[in-house]
Structure formats: structure tokens, C-alpha cells
Write a protein that binds this ligand. Structure first.
Ligand SMILES: [Zn+2]
Length: 398
């Protein structure tokens, strides 16, 4: 079930239609399910102020800190300026379900653009109890000196929660280890900013004793958090402020997640598709305390599916197979339209290309080419695009 549902949802949607300029042309009597599904291109070129509820005094909301200007990472398109409604950010008490105090300290490690803040350096305070670490000159390119500085900052701050792109934390750990430096042990690892590969989960489970959970949001929603991991490892919808639907995607048999966040006063989105494939359902009643709250299963981005020539393979389906191959630390895979698979990877001792090949061919790809490399190229927002469709030449150029 969704807490934001029924009459509560209906009322919130009506209020958005009445007060938010962007929706002025919508039929106020129509049902939410009849509204068009919005995508990022519908937001580009629209001033952020068109999404602010009419009764809000913007300068006052900014001055009081209730609204915070945010620029989205632009991982798929050009960056977008939005205002985040801070009242909808997850309360610290959410982390209490992981046994963490309200004043838990949080270390963020990801691309600076991801957190949408104008960070004055690669190591900066972030909010009252936060530390932001980033490698603006490139993660895989970071110098030893930069890795040491970052590892020391990570250790000195001693965060309770590591809120990280899993690729970034894995690489920092790997580099620090190579330099003889151990990293501080946080109490909780929260993976966000990109699909977490089994390669990273496995390596980070060996490196850190903390439980691993996922967190899901998209900055287009202006700070409204969409889903958060529970101790049992599910990704539960933040159902008191987000409503979710699953609709057929362009890939047959795979649904796309569509969210409505009508409680936001700065960036309410009605039926917005961030571009992710996935499923929604309830977990087993005995599985966790949040079993009455919908859980999401993310299958990867719509734009990141691969083709075997006969069918579509999602990031999750691919990662569930290749992420199990021992010794594969980081990877990037691309399929051609004809179903050939090209893959680059950073590997450790014990890696077997034959084992990787067997897994890939079992998925139905027609051919397989692998190259071991020292580093991979990250996208503009610091994401490692694990899977996708294009050709070998494109992969080699990166
Ligand atoms: Zn759960």
C-alpha cells in the first residue's frame, strides 16, 4: 500500500493543479492516471519558478533555508536547475531503523555535481554533520597524494554513514589499500547515485563490516527522497511523500517506474519517469518492520539495456551474472545491435576470462570480446555506466 494514496493523494494533486504554474493547462477534474507521463525533456527550458506553488514567497523560502537551489547532475542530458524543498528531505530518524542516532555523521563520496552543491574543494563540510569528498579531476585518475588526502579526511571525520557511489568507495578503498592505508569503518554503507554492481557489493562487503543498503532519488524531484533501504535489504518507497506507478516501457516485458510527488512546494512532479526500469511489490510480512510499505526493485536504466539480437538484457540481469565472476572488480559492457558484446574490466588476481565468457554467452550474446584495463571512464556525473548499447569503437574511444 501507499500512504500517499486515495483521498490524500487526490487532495495533494488538486492543490498542485490549483497553485503550480506548470500545470495550469491540466484538466483539474481529471484523474492523475490520465495525465501525461513527463520525462526530462519536458522540464528542460522550463524555468524552475514555474514549479513553485503560487503561495510560496521564493526569496523568503531561500532565505530561511527551506528551499535550496540545486542543479541536477545532467547524467543523461543537460543539467537542470531546480529548488529542493528541504522539508521533504529524509529526517535523520530514518536512519534510526539501522540503529543510528539522530545526530549520525554522514560522509558523502561521489561526483560534486551529483550532490548539487557548489563545493569549494574536493574535501568540504556538507551540512551540519556531513563531509563531502569528491575527485573533481577524475576518480580513476586521482594521484596517490589525492587518495591519501581523501582517505585521511574520511578517517579523521569518522562518519557513521557512508553515503556513496559504490564505484567511488570501492576505488578509494582499493587505492588506499595499495598505499597501505586502512579506511575508517562506518556503521552503515548507503549506495546511491548509480546502479550498485555485485562487483562493488562483494568487494565492499570484504572491506567494510557495515551493512549495505540502497537509497533512491533523482534530483529532478527537488529533494524529495523516493526510496530508502531497510535493514533487511529491501528498497522501500518513502510512501508518505511519493506515489509510484509502473507502466510498460519501450522494452517489452519490462516496466518503467513513474513517480508523483505532489507534496513538494518547490518541484511537485506528477507522473514523472526518471528513466528507470523496475518492479514494485510488498515483501514478506515477516521479512521486516516495513513490510506494509511498497518495495522497489530497480532493474537499471531504460537507456542502459543491451540487446542479444533476440532479446533485451537489463543492467540487473547482466550484473547478476557477470557480477558473480570472481576477480572482476569493475566493468563496462556494450552490446551491438547484432548482439555482439564488448566489455572492459579492471580485474584482480583469480579472474578468469573463461568464466566471464561462459556467463555472457549464456545470456544469449552472439560473441564476446574482453579487454583488461587500468581505468575506466566515468560519465559526466561520475557514474560508471555499467551496460548499454553501442559499438566496440565507442567503447575503445572511451
Ligand atoms: Zn524491508
Amino acid at each position: 500500500m501507499n500512504t500517499l494514496d486515495g483521498e490524500h493523494l487526490h487532495e495533494a494533486v488538486r492543490r498542485v493543479l490549483r497553485s503550480v504554474p506548470f500545470y495550469a493547462t491540466y484538466d483539474a477534474a481529471a484523474a492523475l492516471s490520465s495525465f501525461p507521463v513527463l520525462r526530462r525533456d519536458a522540464l528542460l527550458g522550463v524555468p524552475a519558478t514555474h514549479f513553485i506553488a503560487g503561495e510560496i514567497d521564493l526569496p523568503a523560502a531561500l532565505a530561511s533555508g527551506r528551499f535550496r537551489p540545486l542543479t541536477t547532475s545532467g547524467s543523461t542530458d543537460e543539467p537542470l536547475k531546480v529548488y529542493a524543498d528541504q522539508e521533504l528531505a529524509l529526517p535523520p530518524s530514518v536512519w534510526a531503523m539501522h540503529g543510528l542516532p539522530n545526530d549520525a555523521k554522514l560522509t558523502s563520496l561521489t561526483s560534486g555535481v551529483c550532490v548539487g552543491t557548489s563545493c569549494p574543494g574536493d574535501i568540504a563540510p556538507h551540512g551540519e554533520r556531513g563531509l563531502l569528498l569528491t575527485f573533481r579531476a577524475g576518480l580513476f585518475e586521482a594521484s596517490d597524494a589525492h587518495v591519501i588526502r581523501t582517505a585521511e579526511a574520511f578517517n579523521t571525520f569518522g562518519g557513521d554513514i557512508a553515503f556513496v557511489n559504490p564505484v567511488w568507495l570501492h576505488w578509494l578503498h582499493r587505492r588506499a589499500q595499495g598505499l597501505g592505508l586502512a579506511l575508517h569503518q562506518p556503521k552503515l554503507l548507503v549506495f546511491t547515485y548509480q546502479y550498485p554492481s555485485r562487483c562493488q557489493k562483494r568487494a565492499l562487503a570484504r572491506a567494510f563490516h557495515a551493512p549495505q543498503v540502497e537509497f533512491y532519488g533523482a534530483s529532478e524531484f527537488g529533494g524529495t527522497d523516493l526510496a530508502v533501504g531497510c535493514p533487511a535489504g529491501h528498497l522501500h518507497l518513502v510512501d508518505y511523500q511519493a506515489f509510484v506507478e509502473t507502466l510498460p516501457s519501450e522494452h517489452e516485458g519490462h516496466d518503467e517506474l513513474v513517480f508523483s510527488t505532489p507534496l513538494s512546494r518547490s518541484m511537485p512532479l506528477l507522473r514523472y519517469a526518471p528513466g528507470d526500469l523496475g518492479r514494485v511489490g510488498l515483501v514478506d510480512e515477516d521479512a521486516c518492520e516495513l513490510s506494509s510499505v511498497l518495495a522497489l526493485e530497480l532493474d537499471g536504466r531504460v537507456a542502459d539495456v543491451m540487446h542479444t539480437g533476440a532479446r533485451v538484457v537489463t543492467t540487473r540481469e547482466f550484473d547478476d551474472v557477470v557480477g558473480e565472476v570472481e576477480g572482476l572488480a569493475f566493468y563496462e559492457a556494450r552490446s551491438s545491435a547484432a548482439g555482439a558484446l564488448f566489455m572492459k574490466g579492471i580485474v584482480d588476481a583469480g579472474f578468469s576470462e573463461a568464466a566471464l565468457r561462459a556467463g555472457v554467452l549464456e545470456l544469449g550474446f552472439k560473441s564476446f570480446t574482453f579487454g583488461a584495463v587500468e581505468r575506466l571512464a566515468l560519465g559526466m556525473s561520475g557514474k560508471l555506466r555499467l551496460t548499454g548499447e553501442d559499438d566496440r569503437n565507442a567503447l575503445v574511444r572511451r
